[in-house]
Design a binder for this molecule. Structure first.
Ligand SMILES: C[S@@+](CC[C@H](N)C(=O)[O-])C[C@H]1O[C@@H](n2cnc3c(N)ncnc32)[C@H](O)[C@@H]1O
Length: 377
């Protein structure tokens, strides 16, 4: 029998469930009041032309407003559609739950009048009215080197316009900090912690995800769908929830939030109104997914070990004061002593709407070296 010296933790089975519902998130009747721990989402962006049709389907008077060149009215009508989803979020989130909304502003010329439609401030105001508290937000910098990125009158003042090269990740909390009162809850919270060096990057208020490869999924279809990068959702899920929590994406698109929740050991629910996306979503759950996600988890461990080596070479033997009790590697703080990153054991697509994942619960350094840790211990 394998036992860990000095540590008497029993590694129970770990399983997560992922539901995908093809319906309108304006009424998420399948979800009970106060049952969701975290929302990570990105809605269609009002006044960005690629989303006009989807908004117009929900409210045909949007088409009329656009035909009448009434940009302000169209903007407001589109946001009233989104408001209904934000209202639902207030109902279904637990006290202390976090809501992360990725949104970009829009620029549009209507009847030769160019202007900015401030989506982020419209959503921010509505969510504040609902009663959410706003926490420090993140600017997601999406720098472009496209030659046509500058808009307006070129080198001639004053008709040239500043290029929009960022989007927002608005962060809200329902009420005050959540509590982890039982022993089990605080143990799980410790095991779900992130590394100090990850904290230093993830909790910056400017994220620059440009240049990071989107290894998962087909790049072309992700661009067309307005998909956010895997890292964006993965970081938010690790920052604002713990293992076993319920993560919701009411605007699921290609399913990024589902696979990131799966990678992070959280349960998830996704709503998507466009059933045509079911094939795209199903294609993510291919034979490579388990390997891709385990590679990502492996990379986190390797990055930490590389950080340890670099710091030791600069600071010598006193570089670290703490040891992770499971992996026996150095960590910067006491809070990282119980981190466990769980590799995936299996992903089962029960049907198009339900995926079940099982995890390796022992703290192994790699999927193929289950024994290595016990050798160290
Ligand atoms: C910006 S995309 C989300 C992209 C997603 N984050 C990803 O990584 O693929 C917005 C999605 O919301 C869907 N949508 C729009 N209105 C909706 C509604 N009322 N309920 C559910 N889904 C909706 C659209 O069909 C679209 O796929």
């Amino acid at each position: 029998m394998l036992t860990l010296s000095n540590n008497y933790r029993i590694f129970l089975v770990m399983r997560t469930k992922h539901k995908i519902l093809f319906s309108n998130a304006q009424s998420m009747d399948e979800i009970n009041d106060q049952s969701i721990d975290l929302v990570v989402t990105s809605p269609p962006y009002p006044m960005i032309e690629m989303w006009d049709e989807i908004f117009a389907k929900q409210d045909p008077s949007i088409t009329d407003a656009l035909k009448l060149n009434d940009g302000n009215h169209a903007f407001e009508l589109m946001h009233r559609q989104l408001d209904q989803v934000w209202n639902e979020l207030y109902r279904i989130t637990k006290p202390g739950a976090i809501v992360c909304i990725n949104i970009g502003d829009a620029t549009r010329t209507i009847q030769s009048e160019f202007k900015l439609y401030s989506n982020h401030s419209r959503i921010l105001n509505h969510c504040l009215k609902l009663g959410f508290n706003n926490l420090p937000n993140i600017l997601w910098r999406k720098q472009t080197n496209a030659p046509n990125k500058f808009m307006g009158s070129g080198m001639l003042a004053p008709g040239a316009y500043v290029t929009l090269e960022h989007e927002y990740i608005l962060i809200f909390r329902k009420g005050n900090k959540r509590l982890f009162s039982t022993k089990e809850e605080s143990q799980n919270r410790s095991e779900s912690a992130f590394f100090w060096e990850e904290r230093n990057v993830w909790f910056s208020d400017v994220w620059d995800l440009k240049g990071r490869k989107q290894k998962l999924g087909n790049k072309k279809s992700r661009d067309r769908s307005g998909a956010f990068p895997f890292e964006l959702a993965y970081h938010l899920i690790n920052m604002f929830s713990v293992k076993g929590h319920y993560v919701l994406d009411p605007f699921l698109g290609t399913g990024t939030t589902t696979i990131t929740a799966l990678a992070a050991g959280r349960n998830s629910i996704g709503y998507e109104i466009d059933e045509n996306l079911s094939k795209t979503i199903a294609s993510i759950f291919n034979d490579n997914l388990l390997n891709d996600l385990n590679n990502y988890i492996r990379k986190r461990i390797l990055n930490h070990l590389a950080f340890v080596e670099t710091r030791k070479s600069r600071k010598g033997q006193d570089a670290f004061k703490h040891i992770n009790i499971y992996y026996d590697f150095p960590v910067m703080t006491k809070q990282e002593r119980k981190i466990i990153l769980n590799f995936l054991e299996s992903i089962d697509t029960v049907n198009n709407n339900l995926i079940i994942a099982d995890y390796i619960t022992e703290p192994v350094l790699d999927t193929y070296s289950k024994e290595s840790l016990f050798a160290i211990a």
